[in-house]
Design a protein. Sequence first.
Length: 405
Amino acid sequence: MPPTPDGRPRKLPFVVLVLSAGTFLMGTTEFVIAGLLPEIADDLNVSVSQAGLLITTFAAGMIVGAPAMAVATLHLPRRSTLILALVVFALGHLVAALSSSFALVLAARVVTALATGTFWCVAAIVATNAAGPAATSRALGMLLGGLTVATVAGVPLGAWLGQLSGWRGPFWVLAALSAGAAAVIGRYIPADERREAPSVRAEFAALRDARVWLTLSSMTLLMGGVLATYAYISPLLTERAGISAEAVPMVLTAYGLGALLGTTVGGRLGDRRPLATLLTAAATTTLVLLLLTWLSTSPVAAIVLGTLMGMTGFAANPALGALALRFAGSAPTLASGLSGAAPNVGIAIGSWTAGIALTSPLEQAGPPLVGTVAAALTLVPLTALALTRATRPVAPPPTNPPRLP
């Protein structure tokens, strides 16, 4: 299919869709635990708070593991690395499903997180290379769409299956699906054995560019703000807005659909006008969270603003990921791994701060206020990026010169 008049492909390569299916599995396994904690705690004879360590250790594994595994697998062929990551992912779920030891399940979650971080950083490079420089943000938007669909469909289905078959059921299904995904990737992802062997020194040298850290800081702050609010959205909806507990899943689904729309639109706009897309997303997210802080006593306002939070908060991610890879130049693997770790740093710090705010006199309004501050702070590194004038979109053909953002 021929490209659009400005040089962008009309349709993303099929391999991007295949990799997006992999990120769907990764997103499902990260978040489905939240709906299975009581069953896991009861079956493994631990408290619910102890079972919650399965979430914490996974986030920690992503923060440390994504960049570490990016370097560790640097000299492996990318197709082989993706397959290996999915095989380890499947084995981690099998170990957890067969184990009666909480410590072993916890260890399996750490290994699974390492596999997830490895898959993400390599998949981002393979997808953007396949899509080409003019569709980098769209390709990353598709990958992030897999994570978002996991929150909309994968997590609720996993929780439902856990209620029917016990918490081990979703783990068996994820193991089988990831094994199947490894076979599909082996079939459709092209081999790259002839590519020039990357240099570990070059990967670290790319991190000397301050623009990489400004981009990663933006990811951390924006995702920290949105997820700090999302982590405590249930008490805000039920206790502050007066929405029934039975209706909360529908509101969360609306949030997930908003996030999916945000990543899709942000991916398309980010290739053409990245700076304008990022500044608009950060500013509108700040406004939405501020309004949610004060207007969430109204059920209608809480539902609408919760949906908008997902849409505006996730719109910046494809463009930020594309910029991180661009600024890393010819050594993008470690930057890709850090792009996977940065949001988890924001989630960890943001949710911890929001939990403190929840116990303050602000009560349920505390988490969105924390989110408002974090989202507003995102404008600081983004403004610094604007001053570098380095976020100009990829140049289209000479017949249609680019506009400055």
